[in-house]
Design a protein around this ligand. Structure first.
Ligand code: FES
Ligand SMILES: [Fe+2]
Length: 359
């Protein structure tokens, strides 16, 4: 078995976008190896997450149907309420006391549905990192989700080192300056946050931004990454014509700010959900820009998906303990691995509260 990044339990993970969880269809997703079924209650519209296996013969509840707020198993009719308790079985009055499926703490915030995997007693919604731009007036977002057949650690590596844009995403978001410009890295170990910044003073404008913003000529381009381990990744992107800097008070009338969000959700060993979103507060009425960004970013994401599928296949044929060679560009990724290793360790201790996160 090649190296796989262990799962960090007692953490919040994005399981779905708000719009994916409804009442028409039960949504099945697997997070940290746990099969889940998601739906909304009829009156309040609150999202519910239950274990996706019926206690009777383990039929997936996600392939079943709703009766009000209850799931009726699609095989023999065991019926579960929103807490996972079985409230009806066919052909008899007595319901076995052990007839219940686990229910999971769920929080809906910033158009994301977060699920807590671990000891429910420890779930604290206050520790969920925010991505307000995904659900704020004045912002327009395009989004999607791609499953990848790769260790989630490979996606963390990928996103924390954007030098690959030059080689993997040339013609979309990559230009020579991305790989050529050194990064600065800041790590907040206690809070579990890694920041990686790359500020390009004079760079080619990649088609992704040239076509959407209308900027002609060279740009200053800033990429400021903020990774909240284990799941949420924010890339604050600024592009502006060369020489146009933000005002002394921090305002930036000539800069285009784009928030690029990823949620990295480990599904099963060697499988990860890649949630991606691009949000902007400029040209918000321009549907052509919206469709262009949707299409372009989907292409970029698929380039990563293909590369990671290929990389995982290659790694799977390597003997255990293979060597890597890291350089400066890997500083952020290596910091992220260290933090993930600590979160994994903390998640393995039963009944202990994970270290308070400072937000
Ligand atoms: S498997 Fe669900 S009722 Fe039989
Ligand atoms: Fe990429």
């Amino acid at each position: 078995m090649p190296h796989m990044t262990a799962f960090a339990r007692n953490q919040w993970y994005v399981v779905a976008y708000s719009h994916e969880v409804g009442r028409e269809e039960l949504l099945g997703r697997t997070v940290l190896g746990e099969p889940l079924v998601l739906y909304r209650t009829e009156k309040e519209g609150t999202p519910v997450a239950l274990h996706d296996r019926c206690v009777h013969r383990r039929y997936p509840l996600s392939a079943s149907r709703l009766d009000g707020d209850r799931i009726v198993c699609g095989y023999h009719g065991f019926t579960y309420d929103t807490t996972g308790r079985c409230v009806s079985v066919p052909g008899q009055k007595r319901i076995p006391r052990t007839a219940r499926v686990p229910s999971y703490p769920v929080v809906e915030q910033d158009s994301l549905v977060w699920v807590w995997i671990g000891d429910p007693e420890l779930a604290d919604p206050q520790t969920i990192p925010r991505a307000r731009h995904l659900d704020s007036p004045g912002w327009v977002t395009v989004r999607g989700m791609e499953p990848i057949d790769a260790d989630y650690g490979l996606l963390v590596d990928n996103l924390l080192d954007l030098s690959h844009e030059t080689y993997l995403h040339g013609g979309y978001i990559g230009t020579p300056e991305v790989a050529a410009t050194p990064i600065t890295t800041e790590v907040d170990e206690a809070a579990g946050i890694v920041r990686v910044s790359r500020h390009m003073d004079d760079a080619e404008c990649p088609p992704f931004y040239a076509k959407s913003t209308g900027i002609q000529g060279r740009i200053t381009r800033w990429q400021d990454i903020e990774y909240h381990a284990p799941c949420l990744y924010l890339l604050h992107s600024r592009v502006a014509p060369v020489g146009v800097l933000p005002e002394a008070d921090g305002s930036d009338p000539h800069g285009f700010h784009t928030e690029i969000t990823y949620a990295i959700t480990p599904s099963a060993p060697g499988k990860v959900y890649d949630f991606w979103a691009v949000s902007r507060d400029w040209a918000t009425d321009d549907t052509e820009v919206t469709e262009f960004l949707r299409k372009s970013n989907h292409t970029v994401v698929m380039q990563d998906v293909d590369a990671l599928n290929l990389l995982q296949k290659a790694l799977s044929t390597e003997p255990a303990g293979y060597q890597e060679l890291s350089i400066n560009i890997d500083t952020g990724g290596l910091a992220a691995r260290r933090i993930l290793a600590r979160l994994v360790e903390e998640g393995e201790k039963p009944g202990e509260k994970p270290e308070e996160k400072v937000r």
